[in-house]
Ligand binder design. Structure first.
Ligand code: GLU
Length: 305
C-alpha cells in the first residue's frame, strides 16, 4: 500500500485534520505500507508558506511520521507536462465564465458548488498555446458515467462532464487547480489507496476521468466519517472552532490521540495513547461510519449527539 495525507496548508491543523491524518497513517502502517505527507499549497489566495511548516510540526507533535514530505509547489514541471498533454490532444480551452454566471444558471453540483455548463468548450487556445493564455483553462471531459462502491461501502455515481461540468485546471491567477495537481501527484508517487473525508467523495469521479485522459492509474478510494460542528444553525465540517496551537494548552498529544481514537471506535476508553500504539489493532471495521458532532468549550473537546 502506498498512500498519502494531503492537507491544504490554509491554516493550522484542527481535530478533523488530525483524524484524517491518523486514519490514513494507520491504514498504511498497519500493513507495512508507505505514507507520504503532501502539502497542498498551490492556492495563493488561501495558502501561506508558514502553514507548510506548521502542518509538519503539528503532525509530528501529534506523533505521526512520514516516508516522504512533498511540497506541491515544487511539482510544477509535472503539472505543466500534464497541461501540455491535454493541450496536444485538443482538450484544453480558455474560459472566463465567472462564478456569478454559474450561480445565475443555478445548477447545483455534487460538491456543493455550482455546475458549469461547458459553454466555452469550443474556444480555441491563443497562438502561443496555453502558456500565452491569461484566462482560466478548463479541460473538456468525455461523457463517462462513473459508478463504483468505495472501500467503505459508499456508492458513488456521477457523470462529471454533466454533473460538475468541465473542471478548471489552471486558474486565472496561474495556480494549477486542485483536481489536476491531485491526479498528477498521486500518480507520480504511485499512490495505490486514497483515504480522505467523505466531503471529498464528489471529487473522486472527476479525478477518475482526468486519470483516464492522462493515462494515469486509478487508485482505490475510501471515504471516512467527518467531525461536524454547529455553524449558523446547521452542521458543517468541524474546522473553525479550534486548532492545534490552542488545543495544546489543554491537551497533550497522547491525550488528544486517545480522545480521537475513542470517538473513532479504535479504543474502548479515552485514555492517553500514541498513534504508534494503535497500529497493532487497527482495523477499518472498528471505525465509526456516521459523522459525529463535536463541540469545543474553550478547554475541552466533546462529542455531541
Ligand atoms: N487538500 C485537500 C483538502 O485538504 C485534500 C486533497 C485530497 O486528499 O485529495 O481538503
Amino acid at each position: 500500500m502506498i498512500t498519502r495525507f494531503a492537507p491544504s496548508t490554509t491554516g493550522h491543523a484542527h481535530p478533523g485534520t488530525l483524524l484524517s491524518a491518523l486514519l490514513t497513517w494507520l491504514s498504511a502502517r498497519a500493513v507495512g505500507g508507505r505514507v507520504v505527507l503532501r502539502l497542498e499549497n498551490l492556492d495563493p489566495q488561501r495558502c501561506r508558506p508558514e502553514f507548510d511548516q506548521a502542518m509538519i510540526d503539528e503532525l509530528t507533535w501529534f506523533g505521526l511520521n512520514w516516508d516522504e514530505i512533498v511540497h506541491q509547489d515544487r511539482r510544477t514541471a509535472d503539472h505543466e507536462t500534464a497541461l501540455d498533454r491535454l493541450a496536444e490532444t485538443g482538450l484544453l480551452y480558455p474560459c472566463s465564465c465567472s462564478r456569478a454566471r454559474l450561480k445565475e444558471i443555478g445548477r447545483a453540483a455534487p460538491d456543493g458548488g455550482y455546475a458549469y455548463d461547458n459553454r466555452c468548450r469550443h474556444q480555441p487556445l491563443p497562438i502561443g498555446g496555453w502558456r500565452a493564455c491569461a484566462e482560466p483553462l478548463r479541460v473538456r471531459l468525455p461523457g463517462d458515467a462513473i459508478s463504483f462502491t468505495d472501500e467503505s461501502g459508499m456508492i458513488i455515481q456521477q457523470t462529471p462532464a454533466r454533473d460538475m461540468g468541465d473542471p478548471v485546471v489552471r486558474r486565472r491567477d496561474g495556480a494549477i487547480a486542485y483536481h489536476l495537481a491531485c491526479v498528477v501527484d498521486d500518480a507520480a508517487m504511485h499512490a495505490t489507496h486514497l483515504i480522505r473525508g467523505r466531503d471529498l467523495a464528489p471529487s473522486a469521479p472527476v479525478q477518475m476521468v482526468l486519470q483516464r485522459l492522462l493515462d494515469l492509474p486509478t487508485p482505490t478510494y475510501r471515504h471516512h466519517f467527518l467531525l461536524l460542528e454547529k455553524s449558523g444553525g446547521k452542521l458543517a465540517k468541524f474546522h473553525q472552532s479550534v486548532a492545534v496551537p490552542e488545543l495544546k494548552r489543554t491537551y497533550s498529544a497522547e491525550a488528544l490521540c486517545g480522545w480521537l481514537a475513542f470517538i473513532t471506535g479504535l479504543r474502548d476508553t479515552p485514555g492517553a495513547v500514541r498513534p504508534s500504539e494503535l497500529i497493532a489493532t487497527f482495523d477499518w471495521s472498528l471505525v465509526r461510519t456516521e459523522d459525529l458532532g463535536v463541540s469545543w468549550d474553550g478547554s475541552v473537546l466533546a462529542a455531541v449527539s
